[in-house]
Design a binder for this molecule. Structure first.
Ligand SMILES: Nc1nc2c(c(=O)[nH]1)N[C@H]1C(S)=C(S)[C@@H](COP(=O)(O)OP(=O)(O)OC[C@H]3O[C@@H](n4cnc5c(N)ncnc54)[C@H](O)[C@@H]3O)O[C@H]1N2
Ligand code: MOO
Length: 402
């Protein structure tokens, strides 16, 4: 049995070439950038007004007050999408709307509220500084400036920035493809109303399907097999043939006579990276590699499967998309003393109460059984305690959030 650190180290050493592609704006949602992206043009694209009102030459009306307004001649309009083509000469003003081009000659915008219109003339009632309410070309970005770094996750805000620059062919890492192999003769589908008293419902399929999607990977197929060596080998071979980046097996990875995943992986040409980690839950986790495909044998117990996914598979799926991690951790305080009395590193599920301007508070879940889904559903994350380690009352510890 190896330690948690050794297992993580072995996985970090797995250099698998990252696949890249060019995505459209719609396809790129949730992807990670595979290159830095620079501004192809300045932003704003042109000098425009930030307000509805009039654009003027500051020198004409800098002395204007409500008591002694300055009157200017209205010579036209600059509308968003319909610019004014003339020149703003001394003594004149152009009506302007928010986002419209500031015409040549003008340098300042006066809000409509600070003017009084009178036919073809406008009285300027107040004026602040030169250049007020003008959005200058290139004030946010110059052509060539860095917009987004490689590894940035593309969500609503980032995609808006790319769209604003007309960047529609986006260099991204390909979402890794994953297939699931669910083993277990005792399993019934959740919707099966004829479930026998000695069967259990397959909850790992939907749990792992959803967890894979959460990380931004693509689930390609789910295969169900009974605890049978030939079918397990066949299931693994099907996933290999489809060139999936990761194969996740559920169950059949311990030492029972009906546990076939380890032998099946070897028969399908995989080499073992490790099997069995000194941890609770998830002791019998198996990791193998064949070419650029990684195979994980997750323990069948639902909590063990989920904890192994969170701690080992999720970082791998993140790394395959060019990002370090997709999980969040924080430092929290425990009002209770927590002890690991066992002989294995313990992933203790906890609730986390986050408080404004104070440290978060954790509480150990009472139920920690690896068959008890409530231990992950009602918890917010987990802490890691080594054998014999004590977290003292009011002690601080890092919590890994689900
Ligand atoms: N003699 C030993 N027995 C066991 C050991 C050991 O060291 N020596 N390790 C135990 C530990 S720890 C774990 S964890 C389990 C892992 O066993 P397997 O990976 O072989 O999983 P199964 O035996 O197939 O199933 C275990 C458990 O989980 C239920 N299960 C399986 N698949 C699903 C599913 N898709 N959805 C919901 N529940 C599932 C299954 O019915 C069993 O109850 O081994 C211990 N044994
Ligand atoms: O390690 Mo197993 O995951 O305790 O139940």
């Amino acid at each position: 049995m190896i330690s948690v650190q050794e297992a993580l180290h072995i996985l970090q050493q797995q250099v698998v070439p990252l696949r890249r592609e060019t995505a459209t704006l719609e396809q790129a949602y949730g992807c990670y950038l595979s290159e830095d992206v620079h501004a192809p043009e300045p932003a704003p694209r042109f000098t425009s007004s930030a307000m509805d009102g009039f654009t003027v030459r500051w020198g004409d009306c800098c002395a204007a007050t409500r008591e002694q307004p300055v009157t200017l001649r209205i010579i036209g309009e600059s509308q968003a999408g319909i610019p004014f083509s003339g020149l703003v000469e001394a003594g004149s003003a152009v009506r302007i709307s928010t986002g419209a081009v500031v015409p040549d000659g003008a340098d300042t915008v006066i809000r409509r509220e600070d003017t009084r219109e009178n036919g073809e003339r406008v009285e300027i009632l107040a004026l602040g500084t030169i250049g007020q309410d003008v959005r200058r070309q290139g004030e946010e970005f110059q052509a060539g400036d860095l917009l987004l770094r490689r590894g940035s996750r593309l969500g609503a805000r980032e995609l808006a920035l790319l769209a604003a620059f007309g960047i529609c062919g986006i260099p991204v890492y390909v979402h890794p493809r994953v297939s699931l192999l669910i083993t277990g003769t005792e399993l019934a589908r959740p919707e099966d109303v004829t479930i026998k008293p000695y069967q259990i419902r397959d909850s790992n399929s939907i749990m792992l399907t959803s967890a894979v999607k959460d990380v931004g990977a693509v689930l390609r197929s789910v295969i169900h097999v009974a605890d049978n060596l030939a079918d397990t080998i066949d299931g693994i071979n099907q996933a290999v043939a489809a060139d999936d980046a990761v194969i996740l097996c559920s169950g059949g990875v311990s030492v029972g006579q009906h546990d076939h995943v380890k032998e099946a992986a070897t028969a399908a040409g995989f080499s073992q990276l490790f099997w069995k980690i000194k941890q609770k839950p998830g002791k019998p986790l198996l990791a193998c590699r064949r070419g650029d495909t990684l195979l994980f044998g997750l323990p069948g117990n639902p909590v063990s499967a989920y904890m192994c996914f969170s701690n080992y598979v999720r970082p791998v799926l993140a790394a395959l998309q060019g990002t370090a991690s997709v999980a969040r951790s924080l430092t929290a305080c425990s009002p209770q003393r927590v002890v690991n009395k066992g002989k294995r590193t313990n992933f203790i599920r906890v609730t986390v109460e986050e408080r404004p301007n104070e440290l978060a508070v954790i509480r150990e879940m009472e139920r920690q059984g690896s068959h008890m889904l409530s231990s992950i559903v009602d918890a917010d994350g987990y802490i890691v305690l080594e054998p014999g380690e004590v977290l003292e009352e009011n002690g601080l510890i890092e919590v890994f959030l689900f």
